[in-house]
Ligand binder design. Structure first.
Ligand code: XCC
Ligand code: SF4
Length: 651
């Protein structure tokens, strides 16, 4: 169906908040208590109270409405895959198999493989769009984009065996982008970037039969295996999940990261600000939400143009203030120092500030209900991806060929909305917190002078080990508390923390991305941080940039001369919700990194699956999952694991 540019998808939504407020009429003490129990983000609390008072529905309200959850779904033993079902396993009633004969183990494993494949597909499809943009840039179809990191382009050309000597950047980029696009369906039976992993790790994959053959192939095969009547052995299904996830981590996500670096610049250390207070009451505020930097980079350019600033002044504003949300925000924060307004559970509250003119969304992690929230304010929600049209939003389809032009139109929309802002309803609570970001692997290498100083610090024990704390927010966990408590505990124990995604944003809001946060770290780690002028928590980027953590691990492993599984490192996702996070956790484990989840996956209906994931995988990939909702106990697990790995290395 053709959707005209600049028009509403379906129709504009009417605000129903007041009716809801009348329905609820909550007493102030209850509102106060709810805000406290829902978040530890001090800038979020006043807005949460406001939304409760005014009946502006949020994710927490919907979460409450959904309680209690179906216990079959929650434990993974419901199946809705085919038309003979739906089926549930209810041992008490002697219902031990679905109509087709699938038992609890199979149903749980199939559901989990489905999640992994979905997450891997999301990351990889995002990656493909960026690689396509690189190709269009190379062939001159995407005016406005350019090669920002030619050095990285040529290093990657080298990995593909592309001879760049005597050729200009664009012609090399044409070959590199085609080689990357080919990875999605390659018949070479191996993804090129898996060669970045140390030999010992690649050997583990070969022996386990999980070397990813191409990005798409593993995802398609996963979908094939969950079709009724294909995969019937839960273990065989889960092992394919590992293979699928490796195609994400070392394939689709890594290509997303590296191609974004080539196009927009490899992040380097910079300082910016984080939390909802980065909105400015005298500016046109535009938030960029989602995951793909291809559009947002152009919005940054458009918003800086003198004509736009003139227009903003004519509309009575002092300028244009761009802020980020979630991972599009992380991409901009890492590369451009654009302030980061918040993470997943902040996305509705930023609208409740009453000071947001436009929220531009691309895709992933965007609540479909955002236009309902915006309907009670002057805020425009702008959908930009043909694959993520959100009813009630304005549609400005975005294509690399006409990127800058579209970006300008959206910025103008924000300027036009500014006079409609109601100053009486503006609430921008608190002050922004400073945050140092930009820790790409390249920047870390440059800043430390190679990997050896970090390896030395680990060897002599001033740094006990490294933990990757990543992933989302989830209303099942008090907003940010899982991330912040775990991160504080880890640095207190001398463990250097690398973060991405919403975890990194939580750390930023809590002040853990400031060099002064070294004061909260164990003395040895604190000294290393002070010597290098860095915080004990390194912001390494967006969700797809979890691939940077893999590359960092590979670099440390090569430096020591071991497989990744022998390093004193661990992963954690304290507040995960997304299928993408399941794929990330799976490729961490498949790469040899012990990973602790703070939210229980839907697997408890199969003790066999639980046992395989938390113990059995050790025999296959030398790493396992653990689940520990208490962040202090999660830190205990990680510390014990790191110490064990240290003694394995004799340090
Ligand atoms: Fe989404 Fe990437 Fe999760 Fe945050 S962390 S809720 S996936 S924005 Ni990746
Ligand atoms: Fe039921 Fe089997 Fe169909 Fe699932 S695949 S819905 S368990 S019959």
């Amino acid at each position: 169906m053709e959707q005209k540019k600049g028009t509403y998808i379906r129709e504009r939504i009417a605000c129903t908040a007041l009716e809801r407020a009348k329905l609820s009429l909550m007493n102030p003490a209850v509102i106060e208590a709810k805000a406290e129990e829902r978040t530890i983000d001090e800038t979020a609390k006043p807005l949460l109270k406001l939304s409760l008072e005014e009946g502006i529905e949020t994710v927490w309200d919907r979460f409450e409405q959904q309680q209690p959850p179906c216990r079959f779904c929650a434990s993974g033993v419901s199946c809705n895959r085919c038309a003979m079902g739906p089926c549930r396993i209810i041992p008490e009633h002697n219902r031990l198999r679905g109509v087709c004969g699938a038992d609890a183990d199979l149903i749980v494993a199939r559901n989990l493989l489905d999640m992994i494949a979905t997450g891997a597909a999301a990351h990889s499809d995002h990656g493909r769009e960026i690689v396509e943009t690189l190709h269009k840039t190379a062939t001159g179809e995407a005016a406005g984009y350019m090669i920002s990191d030619p050095g990285k382009l040529r290093r990657i050309a080298g990995e593909y065996g592309i001879d760049g000597a005597g050729r200009d950047d664009l012609s090399v980029a044409a070959d590199v982008s085609l080689a990357m696009l080919e990875e999605y369906g390659t018949i070479k039976n191996e993804i090129c970037f898996t060669r970045r992993a140390p030999d010992a790790t690649r050997q583990v994959w070969d022996e386990a039969g999980i070397m990813p053959r191409s990005v798409d192939r593993e995802i398609v095969e996963a979908m094939h295996r969950v079709q009724m009547g294909v995969g019937a052995d839960y273990a065989n299904i889960l092992v394919h999940g590992l293979r699928t996830s490796l195609g994400d981590g070392w394939g689709g996500s890594l290509m997303a990261t590296d191609t974004s670096d080539i196009l927009f610049g490899t992040p380097d250390l910079n300082t910016s600000h984080v939390n909802l207070a980065v909105l400015k009451d005298d500016r046109v505020n535009i938030a960029l939400h989602g995951h793909n930097p291809v559009l947002s980079e152009m919005v940054v350019r458009a918003a800086g143009e003198p004509e736009m600033l003139d227009l903003a002044r004519e509309a009575g504003a002092d300028g244009i203030n761009l802020v980020g949300l979630c991972c599009t925000g992380n991409e901009l924060l890492m590369r451009k120092g654009i302030p980061q307004a918040g993470n997943h559970l902040n996305q509705e509250l930023i609208i409740a500030t009453g000071a947001l003119e436009v929220m531009i969304i691309d895709y992933q992690c965007i609540f479909p209900s955002l236009p309902r929230t915006a309907s009670c304010y002057h805020t425009r929600i702008v959908s930009t991806s043909p694959k993520s049209r959100v009813p009630g939003s304005l549609y400005f389809p975005f294509y690399p060929e006409s990127a800058l032009e579209t970006a300008r139109e959206i910025v103008r929309l924000g300027i036009e909305a500014f006079p409609e802002r109601d100053p009486a309803r503006v609430l921008i609570p608190g002050q922004p917190v400073e945050a140092m970001t930009g820790f790409s692997v390249e920047a870390i290498g440059r800043h430390f002078g190679g990997f050896s100083p970090l390896v030395d610090a680990i060897a002599e024990g001033s740094v006990l080990g490294v933990a990757g704390v990543v992933g989302c927010n989830n209303p099942k966990v008090r907003h940010d508390e899982g991330h912040v408590t775990l991160t504080r505990e880890l640095i207190r124990r001398g463990i250097l923390v690398a973060e991405t995604g919403c975890a990194a944003i939580a750390a930023g809001k809590a002040g853990l991305l400031r060099p002064e946060a070294a004061d909260m770290a164990a003395p040895g780690l604190a000294n290393v941080c002070r010597a290098f002028g860095i915080p004990p928590v390194l912001h390494m980027g967006s969700c797809v940039d979890c691939s940077r953590i893999l590359v960092l691990a590979a670099g440390l492993a090569r430096e020591i001369g071991v497989g990744i599984h022998r390093l004193p490192i661990a992963g954690a996702a304290p507040e995960w919700y997304s299928q993408k996070a399941v794929s990330i956790a799976s490729y961490f484990v498949a790469s040899g990194v012990y990973t602790v989840l703070g939210v229980m996956p839907k697997i408890t209906g199969s003790p066999a699956v639980v046992d395989l994931l938390t113990r059995g995988l050790d025999g296959l990939v030398h790493a396992t999952f653990a689940v520990e909702p208490d962040p202090v106990r999660a830190a205990d697990l990680i510390e014990a694991h790191i110490k064990e790995k240290r003694s394995g290395l004799g340090i």
